[in-house]
Ligand binder design. Structure first.
Ligand code: ZN
Length: 65
């Protein structure tokens, strides 16, 4: 089994992890139809569309159609 050759110093360990945190929330894009923020490659929660296609009928949206 692989065994670490030596102790990794706090400085080296922390330097390695310095890029592990993210400043902003990952992957939020605006829906092309309603402009609400949604996750990429996911259906829009607000209007129920994906790729310009109605995937799910949202109750509050039915009257607008
Ligand atoms: Zn939408």
């Amino acid at each position: 089994m692989a065994v670490p050759k030596g102790k990794v110093s706090r400085a080296r360990r922390d330097k390695r992890r310095s890029s592990h945190w993210k400043l902003e929330t990952p992957g939020l894009v605006a829906c092309p139809k309603c402009g609400a923020l949604r996750l990429p490659h996911r259906m829009c929660k607000e209007c129920g569309t994906y790729n310009g296609r109605q995937v799910k009928v949202i109750k509050s949206n039915v009257a607008a159609e």
